[in-house]
Design a protein. Structure first.
Lengths: 542, 197
């Protein structure tokens, strides 16, 4: 039975629609700003586009939060008046119901994903306010917004074509943004080009895998089914639930291609080689966006696609006996990623490259959360889900903060190598403290959010029997501590090159303080978000 | 009949793959673009073989008629590469890549694809959507319906994607001129690009 788009589905798509409208608004309003080539009017244009984006994203974040009903849900017996009716209609589009036209789920996973992604975009747009991107500010911010829209769609896609298109909608603006103007244009162009080539290859892999999976699913329906909806994850899972389907390896091959393609997007080893160069070459706030939001969206898509479309290929996490299924594959990827990511980070002197390798290592930890599906018990699986999302939330906030602190440092000190950070604590104690909070959270030191995030992931993976993965994770965390502490040593202990105080740009300061407060809050009171995250027990399409 | 279709398929497939190989190996970038057109035409013929007439026509109209011509224009407007052979330097250890690809193909892809029990030669063409084949969507009516029913969201997302491509192309190609008041015509743009020489 074909599903139609209902007019009541519009509020369910509201955050995405609002992002699109805001992007068009930013593009259009750029024309009415002050024209002129002098520095002052350029800066005014940047400020106008940036402020509009930041305010708009803040509003959209609040609307999404209201819609999700996580902080306030309108009671059923609330009086009927104009405003409350708006709120009621908005919340009716909340985390309920079947996927829109079978391809867009609005479940708890989508809601939380949207909040994380839009929140990340908001923080990044605040970071860029002081940054002065010199050319085409309207297009710059519009591309950020459109990319965010693509990420939200990625988190919600329950169908192959939607998933593919949303991956593209996320990536193409990011290719352009990575290659966007900088003082060292050559490096930036190199970053954009590299990102584009690898991204195009990975898109090809995803498409190839998807066509294999679709063809296999259609061919294995045992007669008599309307087959136009065979691109939906749920239908793929249903069609391939038979014995014969599991015996053929063609579906596995398709899944391998999809995992490899998404693996490129989230930069797990061995699909990581683009990421240090791209992170180094891009504008630092864009690097923050790349390494947090786009990765988080990739993991949400990977999670949904594996869990809803390939539950029949789950497998185990045993190291010797019963090696097979996607949990085993991901276990190997996770081990390789945490080991190589952390080891390669050790000799880096450029902090952006160092954080790039560290974010590769973090991708390995996130993958460990998916190990939970090796366990047959629903409780372990839902624990893995909670651990995954909690890690993504903490990681997003922390890494935006870390790259933001780096952006401030490179703007004011003039570079982002270890040497530039030397003695930062004596030049600006506040900045050094903020940087320390983020770095310690990345390293996984107790009062910060990063500790609990790692802890939950290890717990989930251990319970599913992947003890060897957890052991590797623990050991590499300790190795990682070395280079994280190197940053702190340079900042706090070494002698500064000059004692001139470092100024702190207003909006960057505000962003960093917000992120730091969030990191501490998440670490000390994890129940603030865990109760919400625990609602993601049922993923639409399961 | 079955055999004839298979022979035609093999011919078309060989044409597509051969032309695609020529695209990436041709030294002259204009030749590469022309080979790409040949490859696109082959894909159009493949659609025709699958009885998707509308898709075949659109393939030829859009890819061959519009996109390839645009590519040729872009090549002509770019400095230094018109007609001349672009330097192609193969990565020194290309054979390593070749070995890795061959091993992966032999170890993973070939066994999987060969071991799969392919359904060959279905006896009589059943009604659409009855033997597990997707309901035929080749006709314009079916295609149009699918775009507003099952595939409404992808259809709309594709529209946004095109907008992104357009904005990105303009951002990359036309850097902001100092004189923002004046939007240069194509001729002025070309003249401006030639100037530094």
């Amino acid at each position: 039975m074909p599903v139609f788009f209902q007019i009541s589905d519009v509020p369910r798509l509201l955050p995405e629609l609002l992002l699109l409208v805001l992007a068009l608004l930013v593009l259009g309003s750029d024309m009415f700003e002050r024209w002129g080539e002098d520095e002052e009017s350029r800066f005014e244009r940047v400020r106008a586009a940036g402020s509009l984006t930041a305010i708009g994203l803040g509003l959209i974040f609040l609307i999404t939060l209201l819609q999700s009903g996580y902080v306030y849900r309108l009671p059923a017996d609330a009086p009927q008046n104009f405003f409350l009716t708006i709120v009621r209609n908005l919340q009716n589009g909340g985390p309920v119901g079947d996927p829109v036209v079978g391809s867009f789920a609005t479940d708890h996973l989508t809601m939380i994903g949207r909040l994380v992604l839009i929140g990340a975009a908001f923080l990044v747009s605040l970071l860029t306010l002081d940054y002065r991107p010199a050319n085409n500010p309207g297009e710059f911010y519009a591309l950020i917004l459109l990319s965010t829209m693509g990420m939200c769609l990625m988190a919600a896609a329950t169908e192959l074509i939607t998933a593919y298109l949303s991956v593209e909608l996320t990536s193409i603006p990011l290719y352009i943004l990575a290659g966007y103007f900088q003082t060292n244009t050559r490096q930036s162009s190199e970053a954009g080009m590299k990102y584009f080539l690898f991204g195009a290859l990975s898109s090809g892999l995803i498409l190839y895998g998807m066509s294999l999976v679709f063809g296999f699913a259609v061919a294995s329906i045992p007669g008599g089914a309307q087959a136009n909806d065979m691109t939906q994850f749920l239908r793929i899972a249903q069609a391939t639930a038979t014995e014969g389907a599991a015996a053929s390896k063609l579906l596995t091959l398709g899944m391998l291609f999809i995992i490899a393609g998404v693996g490129y997007k989230v930069a797990v080893i061995p699909f990581h080689s683009w990421s240090p160069d791209v992170y180094e070459g891009s504008l630092t706030p864009i690097t923050a966006f790349l390494s947090t939001a786009s990765k988080a969206a990739g993991f949400l898509l990977l999670y949904r696609i594996l869990v809803t479309a390939f539950p029949n290929l789950t497998g185990t996490a045993e190291i010797v006996s019963g090696f097979g299924g996607w949990t085993s594959l991901l276990a190997v990827l996770a081990v390789a990623t945490v080991v190589l990511g952390n080891l390669a980070a050790l000799p880096q002197r450029n902090l952006k490259r160092l954080l790039a390798w560290s974010s590769i290592a973090h991708a390995g930890f996130v993958i460990m959360a998916l190990m939970a599906w090796a366990s047959p018990y629903a409780s372990t699986r839902s624990m893995g889900t909670s651990a995954l999302i909690y890690y993504l939330v903490v990681y997003t906030v922390t890494n935006i903060g870390a790259f933001g602190a780096l952006a401030v440092a490179s703007m004011t000190v003039g570079g982002d190598t270890m040497e530039h950070l030397r003695g930062l604590a004596r030049r600006n104690l506040g900045l050094a403290t903020l940087l320390a909070i983020f770095v310690l959270s990345l390293a996984g030191i107790p009062p910060m959010g990063g500790f609990l995030a790692k802890f939950y992931i290890f717990m989930a993976a251990w319970q599913s029997g992947a003890w060897w993965v957890v052991m590797t994770g623990v050991v590499t965390t300790m190795i990682g501590l070395y280079y994280y502490l190197l940053i702190l040593k340079a900042t706090f202990i070494e002698e500064p090159a000059s004692t001139e105080p470092v100024p702190m740009p207003t909006w960057m300061n505000a962003t960093l303080i917000t992120s730091a407060v969030l990191v501490l809050l998440l670490g000390v009171f994890p129940n603030l978000v865990l109760t919400t995250i625990d609602q993601v027990k049922v993923v639409a399409g399961m | 009949m079955q055999l004839l279709v298979q022979v035609i398929f093999v011919l078309i497939a060989a044409e597509i793959v051969g032309a695609a190989v020529m695209v990436v190996t041709a030294k002259n970038i204009v030749h590469a673009a022309l080979w790409l057109i040949a490859s696109f035409c082959g894909v159009g013929a493949l659609y025709l073989l699958l009885e998707a007439e509308f898709l075949a026509v659109v393939q030829v109209l859009v890819y061959v008629g519009a996109i390839s011509i645009l590519m040729l224009f872009a090549i002509m407007l770019t400095r230094h590469v018109t007609g001349k052979g672009a330097e192609t330097s193969l990565y020194q250890r290309w054979w390593v890549g070749l070995i890795v690809a061959a091993v992966l193909f032999a170890a993973v892809i070939a066994p999987t694809v060969l071991a799969h029990p392919w359904e060959t030669a279905t006896a009589a063409p059943a009604l659409p959507g009855e033997t597990g084949q997707p309901a035929a969507m080749a006709g314009i009516v079916d295609l149009g319906r699918a775009f507003v029913e099952e595939y409404l969201l992808p259809f709309e997302i594709a529209a946004v994607l095109l907008l992104v491509g357009l904005v990105g192309a303009i951002v990359i190609a036309f850097e902001e001129r100092a004189a923002r008041r004046h939007i240069p015509t194509l001729a002025e743009e070309v003249a401006h690009r030639r100037q530094p020489e």
